[in-house]
Design a protein around this ligand. Structure first.
Ligand code: ZN
Length: 291
């Protein structure tokens, strides 16, 4: 057998798992224990892991059941997020984009599975589909030219946002308003950056209950992935496994006329070309949605 291509790295039932287009393999088992079942460990040894993964053959046909998929990076030490990084979105939000990128955090306890069910805990719950960068090599003061070699892979993220909490008070509370339980679905798996063609120009979109809400290309970012890595690492040391949510295109709910927010019963589908899709269903909080 040949031509499997580069696998993605998923968390299946909490175990690191390589995923191809129609097959998969448990990392600990197929590596005879060279790599553990912990998805974070692969990121800590990314160069060795990626070299090894290129040579592996799948062990199981088909794909893992979606409900077994967990967040591919369950416990990053830092989760950065960038606001107002697409021109049309900055314009709809009424902000000037000159100067430096707007960086905040989604607290890691909000991260959730790619097919998770989310409780509607806010009357103004909004969507933001984003490209998420997964750091693969620890570093500080990474320059733009070296940025992509510090990146393990890419995935899709939803920066779900409670606009009532985000915009309460004298100045916006971005980090808290975007960190409720389940507000950070990521996945469906890490696609290795080295295998992504046109990695700075990917189609990105999301649909709410079948209606297209956002569609753009990542080439329309104001600050490119390399520029964001350089900027953030000039302040914070980036560790393997850290995440960067790189901002959302126009079409969010609170800037529509009239505004549209997520309700129980809605289904949010988020896609980036070549990276797969997330599907998140929303329920009333009294139904007790989990992660
Ligand atoms: Zn965002």
């Amino acid at each position: 057998m040949a031509g499997f291509g580069l696998p993605g790295l998923a968390s299946v039932g909490g175990r690191a798992t390589l995923v191809w287009s129609d097959s998969y393999a448990d990392v600990e088992r197929i590596s005879s224990g060279r790599f553990s079942s912990d998805p974070q460990e692969a990121l800590r040894a990314w160069d060795r892991f990626e070299d090894w993964a290129r040579s592996v053959e799948p062990e199981t046909s088909g794909l893992p059941h979606p409900h077994l998929l967990g967040p591919p990076v369950p416990h990053p030490s830092q989760v950065f997020a960038v606001g107002l990084n697409y021109r049309d979105h900055a314009a709809e939000a009424g902000y000037d984009t000159s100067g430096l990128p707007q960086v905040f955090t989604k607290f890691p306890s909000c991260l959730a599975s790619p097919f998770s069910t989310v409780a509607v805990t806010s009357p103004r719950l909004d969507w933001e589909v984003e490209l998420v960068v997964v750091i693969g090599r620890t570093g500080r003061n990474i320059d733009e030219a070296g940025a992509w070699s510090s990146i393990a892979g890419l995935m899709i993220g939803q920066d779900l946002s409670a606009r009532d909490v985000q915009l309460a008070g004298a100045a916006p509370q971005w980090s808290l308003g975007k960190s409720f339980k389940g507000f950070g679905p990521i996945g469906p798996w890490i696609t290795m950056a080295s295998g992504v063609a046109n990695r700075d120009d990917l189609m990105i979109e999301c649909e709410l209950s079948g209606e297209l809400m956002q569609r753009d290309r990542t080439s329309n970012m104001i600050w490119s992935v390399a520029e964001l890595v350089a900027r953030i690492s000039s302040v914070c040391e980036l560790a393997a496994g850290d995440l960067i949510f790189t901002g959302t295109p126009s079409g969010v709910g609170n800037r529509r006329q009239p505004p549209v927010f997520i309700s129980p019963g809605d289904r949010l589908t988020s896609r980036i070309a070549g990276l797969g899709e997330l599907i998140n269903d929303f329920v009333s909080p009294v139904l007790g949605a989990g992660g």
